[in-house]
Design a protein around this ligand. Structure first.
Ligand SMILES: Nc1nc2c(ncn2[C@@H]2O[C@H](COP(=O)(O)OP(=O)(O)OP(=O)(O)O)[C@@H](O)[C@H]2O)c(=O)[nH]1
Ligand SMILES: [Mg+2]
Length: 324
């Protein structure tokens, strides 16, 4: 037995043993691989896990046919996939309808939404995929919902400021998710179980909403950022879309063009914040990266077309021209 297997790995292994379906087995194996300490002593184990994953995937491919899980898999589109979660009736579907062209069912009673439904949020010159989900409650949550949440780029927790129970509802969702291996965190680097998340405090138009908003912020104490919105009046939706792009997905927009041409500002390259000139070249065109001599950058204040080294970190809105 090699030393230093962490508690996360041991839990994943336990989940693998308890798994009753191939999907659960696969998720557990992938988590085992992600959490196993990477050193010489575990090389054999790592290889063994990889072999089991490959074999399981082959088996799952074999008995194809229209499989249940395929109905619930949502193809990622745009700058990133943000999955909405929250208590019943908080206005998730209304928010999807307000921010995208999707037409979900919306009703004044809980448990309206039964299936995931994606839509595209258009913000400035980028698009973000937003996915509506059924409410997340202990009595009604389906196993596929955890799979959708885990494969999302980020989560948007939608809570209801018209409801006196907003704090307990919020806490309940956070706890329930954590128990199922989905930990909502603010931003930055995340581990396997953590998901970058943001709270949309919806129905800010309702009576008493601002008092509840203050309580909610106090309750979360900076653990998660809170953006007050109204899916009904549209208040805060622009701010929310912007925060989803920059804070939640951690993206920037960069423009480029061949030397001597004009950039196309309607068509940005969407890159991770922190991307360097060389990494950008790699994303945009491998050939350029291989022969990159230097680049010029316009934007981010002090840069007016000056030469920058390959490890220069790009900012949102930069125009970069590569010279090979
Ligand atoms: N006042 C107000 N009402 C809202 C707002 N957003 C949604 N609602 C209302 O809240 C109710 C529930 O909205 P839904 O969008 O169906 O809520 P949901 O979270 O999708 O509900 P489930 O699918 O059951 O989880 C509806 O009556 C909406 O019209 C808002 O910003 N302000
Ligand atoms: Mg709904």
């Amino acid at each position: 037995m090699p030393a230093n297997l962490g508690p996360e790995y041991l839990k994943a292994e336990e989940r693998y043993r308890q798994a009753t379906t191939d999907e659960e087995r696969l998720l557990a194996l992938e988590e085992m691989l992600a959490t196993i300490p990477k050193h010489k002593g575990t090389e054999k184990m790592q290889a063994d896990i990889k072999r089991r994953i490959a074999q399981l995937k082959r088996e799952m491919q074999k008995d194809r046919g229209p499989r249940r899980r395929d109905i619930f898999r949502i193809e990622r589109e745009g700058a990133g996939q943000v999955v909405m979660i929250g208590p019943p009736n908080s206005g998730k579907s209304q928010l999807l309808a307000a921010m995208t062209r999707a037409q979900p069912e919306i009703a004044p009673y809980p448990f309206t939404t039964r299936l995931p439904l994606p839509g595209m949020v258009r913000w400035e010159n980028v698009q973000i995929q937003l996915v509506d989900m059924p409410p997340l409650t202990r009595d009604t949550a389906q196993p596929w919902m955890w799979a959708v949440m885990r494969s999302a780029d980020a989560l948007l927790l939608v809570v209801d400021l018209s409801n006196d129970d907003v704090l307990s509802e919020t806490q309940e969702v956070l706890e329930f998710a954590r128990e199922n291996g989905v930990v909502l965190v603010k931003s930055g680097e995340t581990t396997f179980r953590e998901k970058r998340s943001l709270v949309a405090a919806n129905k800010v138009d309702a009576e008493g909403a601002h008092d509840r908003l203050d309580l909610l912020k106090e309750f979360l104490a900076g653990r998660l950022d809170v953006i007050p919105v109204s899916a009904l009046t549209g208040e805060g939706l622009e701010t929310l879309a912007k925060a989803m792009f920059f804070d939640l997905l951690g993206k920037i927009r960069v423009y480029t063009h061949p030397p001597g041409k004009k950039p196309d500002f309607s068509n940005p390259f969407v890159l991770d914040a922190g991307t360097t000139v060389l990494e950008a070249a790699e994303e945009i065109h491998k050939e350029i990266a291989a022969n990159l001599a230097y680049a010029r950058v316009w934007g981010s204040g002090m840069f007016r077309g000056q030469m920058v080294p390959r490890d220069h970190v790009l900012q949102d809105g930069d125009v970069v021209v590569f010279y090979t």
